[in-house]
Design a protein around this ligand. Structure first.
Ligand code: ADQ
Length: 738
């Protein structure tokens, strides 16, 4: 725009200069012609009037002069003697131009006469003096021509010349601007086509003049890719912070999760205490938020939650040294019942886990689920500080939120991570609102799962139930012109664990935990740590312990199995029934084998704070994770992270996402009670060296594939998507042409 203005100003200035020069030249020439014309006319007049004047009396001479000045361009005339006297003169002859005022050259004029132009305030006058009598000293005829018409014509000519040039200039400028704009538009359109070709999977030949630019763009992409490959290893909170600062320029991220990372509860003695919920999602995401800051939006579920928030329902966390904001939403009992317990945990949870609990779908729950998803979308829009924030949506509680949020913030980069498995298409079809759930998720820019298998199941479901285009090469779904990438991001834990800081040594933990459990210092200890959930295979685990004891009496009185089971979703009948079954099973096994001083199953149906769980991991000889189906399972990774003594054996269900990574664990099918018991026996008998080898290898893997890498890869993908979407928006709106 500024360049166009400069061009226009320059054009106008040069045209004015040319117009001025042209009119000056033309006027000079017009004056010369006019003077020549006057001189000629004067000579004609003299030759016509000469004979009459020569013989005329003074009075007759005056009459002849009066006839001569009828010519409108003659101001006056006089018959002069060469000494300056006047014989006759017309009335309108100005005194300053009369015979007396004639210069010597005029008075001495010969046959050729004398011509002279005088400039005056009212215009120029042209004097012509011609001899009248034949003898050399005879009289002279003075004719005074009015040349002001030449000045008037010059003014008019100048005006018209300026106007003509201005018009030509404007037309020329408009034509040039139109041509320039057209060629610029076609140039940028061509450039856009070439740049966007890889995103639109289109074949576009590259013109030669774009090649330098494209090679620059390729270099840039290559350097970004090189940076990305460097991101594979060595992720730390500091590195995550640095990368995000560079990518987001200090902008925080928004996290939406049902569960909050810190719960404020009344402690029963008039005070308020802070609890850490038993949740894999919180375990993974909380260290990430501490590293990158922003706002975590969650259901405020603690009974003192709203006593510590500000007017906007915000509280800084972690308590005591806040680095990010927690925004709490109040849910009514009906909302919590329908959205959380109903549709999420009685519908989607059993639908997505192959654990043989029948999903329950009720329209009333679905209503609440939609309503709460809308409320959370509104809260995200309120918290957003830019029109294109990066929003991390967590889990199956918010399948519809991405679409609702997209309606409010069309340019947001929404990354939805589904922490649980995704079932195959046929099973997913059990959900009566399968299309709405899929469409809701496709409001995301990226949908993430733990494993490629879950990504494939999701793509298959989209293919079966929606009219969309699947791009199997890019692993994406295109619907209504919008692309949603589908990517695996295997979740992990923080490394090193913050609970390791200042924790007692393994030897101290072994003794302390055994004393707390009331078992001998040299007891062999197996451990299970879970939420009390039917997907975790707790019953199968206890049955495998029973089978081990049946088969290996040498462990009687020497081996205990401690099961920490945090109560979870206890309102739901299936969970209450599970609690009762697990309790009864533990009792039955204990009764079956009980002898003085030895009850093999130590069931603790309560929540343990993370440092206590960490001490139990360090104290155990083996940890058995027997999930019937689990997205990842972080307990397995936490056990590995806690064992800096390189000892302890992990027995791991093959139906966990973790079993794809932790291949040095003893991987079992938890339904197969016999083989699981064999694995438990193998774990108890495993030589120290083998334990060390397996543990060292698993620790190396978890330390590298830690939660900062999980978050870093996801957020890098999100920032890359945002950059691409910003570029596409800019190019599509013609912004690239400016
Ligand atoms: P969860 O089903 O909650 O997570 P998991 O990954 O095992 O399962 O994480 C449980 C977390 O709670 C761990 O941090 C553990 O220490 C803690 N915990 C478990 N029992 C506890 C107890 N009795 N007392 C105190 N703390 C306890 C969901 C998916 C998983 C996925 C995670 C993360 O179901 O498959 O790994 O999200 O994505």
């Amino acid at each position: 725009m500024r360049a166009a203005l400069r061009f226009l100003l320059l054009l106008v200035a040069s045209l004015a200069l040319v117009a001025w020069g042209a009119s000056a030249l033309f006027n000079r020439q017009a004056r010369v012609w006019a003077e020549r014309d006057m001189a000629l006319r004067a000579r004609l007049a003299v030759s016509a009037a000469g004979p009459s004047l020569r013989a005329a009396s003074q009075q007759e001479a005056r009459a002849v002069l009066d006839v001569l000045v009828r010519d409108e361009r003659l101001m006056g005339s006089a018959l002069c003697w060469r000494d300056g006297r006047s014989e006759a003169a017309t009335d309108r002859l100005p005194a300053r131009l009369g015979c007396a005022a004639l210069p010597v050259e005029a008075r001495e004029a010969g046959e050729a006469g004398w011509d002279h132009t005088v400039a005056g305030p009212a215009g120029s006058t042209h004097l012509t003096v011609m001899p009248v009598d034949d003898q050399p000293q005879g009289r002279l005829l003075l004719l005074v021509h009015d040349l002001s018409f030449v000045d008037r014509r010059a003014g008019t000519t100048r005006r018209y010349t300026f106007l003509a040039f201005a018009l030509v200039g404007l037309l020329g400028a408009a034509a040039a601007a139109a041509v320039a704009r057209l060629s610029w538009l076609s140039w940028t359109a061509q450039l856009r086509k070439v740049l966007l070709a890889p995103f639109r999977a289109a074949e576009v030949p590259t013109p030669r003049h774009f090649q330098p630019l494209l090679s620059d763009v390729r270099d840039l992409v290559a350097s970004l890719a090189a940076e990305e490959s460097r991101t594979e290893a060595g992720w730390t909170p500091e590195r995550l912070r640095l990368v995000l600062r560079r990518q987001l320029g200090g902008e925080g991220i928004l996290v939406v999760a049902n569960r909050e990372p810190y719960i404020h509860e009344h402690d029963g003695q008039g005070g308020i205490r802070v609890a850490h919920p038993a949740s894999g999602l919180v375990t993974a995401l909380e260290p990430v938020m501490r590293a990158c800051s922003g706002t975590w939006i969650a259901h405020g579920s603690g009974d003192a939650d709203f006593e510590v928030v500000d007017a906007r329902d915000h509280v800084g966390v972690p308590p005591g040294r806040p680095v990010y904001d927690l925004r709490r939403l109040r849910l009514s009992e009906a909302e919590e019942q329908g959205y959380y317990y109903g549709f999420s945990n009685e519908g989607l949870w059993p639908l997505c886990h192959v654990a043989h609990t029948r999903p329950e779908f009720r329209s009333a729950d679905w209503e609440q689920y939609q309503r709460v998803n809308r409320r959370f979308a509104e809260a995200v829009a309120e918290e957003a500080t830019s029109p294109d924030p990066i929003v991390l949506v967590q889990d199956y509680h918010f399948a519809l939120l991405p679409r609702y949020l997209r309606e409010r913030l069309p340019r947001a980069t929404i990354l939805t991570f589904w922490h649980i498995p995704w079932p195959n298409a046929e099973r997913f079809g059990i959900c009566p609102w399968e299309r709405a759930v899929l469409e809701g998720l496709l409001g995301s820019s990226i949908v993430g799962f733990h494993t490629q298998a879950h990504c494939n199941n999701f793509m298959e479901s989209v293919d079966r139930y929606l009219e969309t285009r699947l791009d199997r090469e890019r692993h994406s779904v295109v619907q209504g012109g919008r692309e949603t990438l589908v990517r695996p991001y295997p979740i992990s834990i923080e490394w090193p664990s913050r609970w390791a800081d200042g924790a007692p040594s393994v030897a101290e933990c072994r003794v302390a935990v055994r004393r707390e459990l009331g078992i001998p210092d040299d007891a062999l200890l197996g451990l299970g740590v879970d939420r009390l959930d039917y997907t975790k295979g707790i019953e199968e685990r206890l049955l495998a312990v029973e089978r081990l004891l049946e088969r290996s009496p040498e462990y009687h009185g020497r081996f205990w199995f401690a099961q920490a089971a945090a109560p979870s979703r206890a309102i739901i009948p299936a969970y209450r029934a599970l609690g009762e079954r697990v309790e009864a099973l533990a009792q039955r096994i204990n009764q079956r084998f009980a002898r003085p001083g030895w009850s093999p199953i130590l069931l603790a149906r309560r929540h343990h704070e993370p440092p206590d769980v960490f001490r139990m991991y360090r104290a155990a000889d083996l940890c058995y994770v027997s999930s019937l189906h689990d997205g990842m399972n972080l307990v397995a990774k936490e056990f590995v992270a806690a064992r800096d003594d390189q000892r302890g054996v992990l027995v791991l269900s093959r139906f966990t996402g973790a079993s794809r990574e932790l291949t040095e664990a003893l991987v079992v099918n938890p339904y197969d009670i016999d083989s699981s018991a064999t694995a438990l026996a193998a774990a108890l008998a495993m030589p120290a060296l083998e334990q060390e080898e397996r543990m060292r290898s698993m620790r190396a893997l978890v330390s590298e594939l830690n939660v900062y890498r999980w978050a870093g890869k996801m957020l890098l993908d999100a920032t890359r998507t945002r950059r691409r979407e910003r570029l596409v928006t800019k190019l599509s709106s013609g912004g690239g042409a400016r």
